[in-house]
Design a protein around this ligand. Structure first.
Ligand code: SAM
Ligand code: SF4
Length: 356
């Protein structure tokens, strides 16, 4: 049963699940210095993208030379190492993962990895009319699709190159393909798309899918807008929604940093909030990232990393060496991230190179 929680308080199930985690025997061989079990890896298939979202990239981007990008075989090998170490969830991301040539062949192989419970993907939706069915058939269970505006002109401004119609058709294709869960991701920027919060909520209710609202993170230098001025906190977004649709905290838990709510009026839509500024979720962090060039990043908001590409290229086929390096990397995982919104970001890599 759900209980109403005041918007400013954090639902208590977070603390409960942390205690439960503390009592459980780790399933993964990957445990860091703070006793956090790492069982989730986000793998970036490419730093390239057909969009240039204003909060993610600068207008003129230089992408990595192809030889610096992991091959599909190298990605498969690294994924296998993680799964053998006890990782049960992999998210494919980017850049735009669906623009990577032949990515379906990789997804097919990952979908068959023994021990991998969840293969999921985050996409901008532009290629989903073509790939929704093959992805579902390859074993992708859940899919996140980014959508920040339902207004054609504004969508184009925010993505610089994107077509809203294409993405809406992509969302429809995903619904038809029968994914177990579809969730939209919306980054809300004050003065840019905060007047569409209710439209986005009504859109997901009508489609019977979920949505997460994300606070903008200061990754990479952008000069298109000031991150400080455009910052809109999750609590401010909750207030806007609650004025029209009262929410109740939801006991749905995922292994992610989203706090979930449902509508008091019912329905299956969940509304999540990812709040890297206003609600630090580091104490329950269970994930690491592998960038398109094979850097194992231990934290989104810090630079601690290990060069897995160098290792797999120096020792091809040596699974033990690879697994050993991944186990040792756990000692580098920092306790938490510190974001501030000054115009000089502490982290100069963009989200597309990070693997969002
Ligand atoms: N291209 C795919 C997409 O847009 O869904 C996958 C990669 S993208 C980097 C993953 C997610 O990161 C998207 O939902 C995007 O909105 C979000 N994102 C990108 N830059 C961000 C930033 N600076 N702050 C917060 N979220 C960001
Ligand atoms: Fe591309 Fe996704 Fe970044 Fe937008 S958020 S530019 S779609 S990688």
């Amino acid at each position: 049963m759900h209980t109403k929680t005041p918007p400013t308080s954090i639902p208590s199930q977070r603390a409960a699940s942390k205690n439960e985690t503390a009592m459980k025997k780790p399933m993964s061989a990957l445990v860091d210095r703070f006793q956090r079990e790492v069982n989730y890896v986000r793998i970036s298939l490419t730093d390239r993208c057909d969009f240039r979202c204003v909060y993610c990239m600068s207008e003129e981007m230089t992408f990595l030379p192809r030889e610096q990008i992991l091959s599909l075989e190298e990605i498969e090998w690294i994924a296998q190492a993680f799964v053998e170490l006890g990782v049960s969830k992999i998210r494919l991301t980017g850049g735009e993962p669906l623009v990577r040539k032949n990515m379906i062949s990789l997804v097919d192989k990952l979908g068959k990895l023994d021990g991998l419970d969840e293969l999921v993907l985050t996409t901008n939706g532009s290629q989903l009319t073509k790939f929704a069915v093959p992805l579902r058939e390859a074993g992708v269970k859940r899919i996140n699709i980014s959508l920040d505006s339902l207004n054609v002109e504004r969508f184009r401004q925010l993505t610089r190159t994107g077509s809203l119609d294409k993405v809406l058709l992509g969302i429809e294709s995903a619904i038809q393909a029968g994914f177990e869960k579809i969730k939209l991701n919306a980054v809300i920027l004050k003065g840019r798309n905060d007047d569409e919060i209710i439209d986005l909520v009504e859109f997901v209710i009508a489609k019977g899918i979920d949505i997460s609202f994300i606070e903008e993170m200061p990754l990479g230098y952008i000069d298109e807008h000031s991150r400080e001025e455009s910052y809109m906190s999750s609590e401010a977004i909750i207030k806007v929604i609650e004025a029209r649709y009262p929410l109740m905290s939801s006991s749905d838990t995922t292994s992610g940093p989203s706090r979930y709510y449902r509508l008091q009026s019912g329905g299956k839509t969940r509304i999540g909030f990812i709040s890297p500024h206003s609600h630090n979720f580091c104490s329950t962090c269970n994930r690491v990232r592998v960038t398109a060039e094979g850097r194992l990043l231990l934290c989104l908001g810090n630079e601690h990393s290990v060069d897995l590409r160098a290792l797999v290229r120096a020792h091809p086929g040596d699974m033990d060496k690879l697994k050993d390096a991944i186990i040792k990397s756990m000692d580098l995982k920092p306790e938490k991230h510190y974001f501030d919104l000054s115009d000089e970001p502490q982290i100069v890599r963009f989200m597309n190179t990070t693997g969002g």
